[in-house]
Ligand binder design. Structure first.
Ligand SMILES: [Cu+2]
Length: 138
């Protein structure tokens, strides 16, 4: 049972960041938001973080100008972790469009914890784009 106060605080944070969550069972939490020139990309999951092992997650795309969801076409996400004395560890995900417009879901597996450099690419009617940011895998 979620404490109401936590829900209110989370709701306020999400409204502040311009993210609208459509409740479907457990509400996803924001892992990271990155604004590019035209598009705001938000990475979400049920727990609000990535952990070692398999992770289900969602990406939401909104117009930076209007805050409305946008269909960005084909979406991919790749991650890299540089480790001393070895080749970078790579992991990626192919995303599928969700029922809500501008929302995509996928899974990704991390063999270990550590900070990942994340690259999100999209290619569709609204043009191509890329967003890069880092996420700590717990
Ligand atoms: Cu590693």
């Amino acid at each position: 049972m979620r404490r109401p106060i936590a829900g209110v605080v989370l709701g306020a944070l999400l409204v502040t960041s311009g993210v609208m969550i459509v409740a479907s069972g457990a509400e996803p939490k924001v892992i990271h938001t990155r604004k590019t020139k035209d598009v705001v990309v938000t990475l979400l999951s049920e727990s609000g973080q990535w952990t070692q092992g398999e992770n289900a997650f969602a990406l939401e795309f909104r117009s930076a100008a209007t805050k409305q969801p946008i269909d960005v076409g084909k979406v991919s996400l790749s991650t890299s972790m540089s480790m001393p004395g070895m080749a970078p560890m790579l992991a990626g995900a192919t995303l599928s469009p969700d029922k809500s417009p501008g929302r995509y879901t996928g899974t990704i597996t991390f063999p270990d914890s550590g900070t990942r450099q994340v690259t999100v690419r999209w290619d569709g009617p609204a043009g191509t784009g890329v967003a890069k940011f880092s996420v700590a895998v717990r």
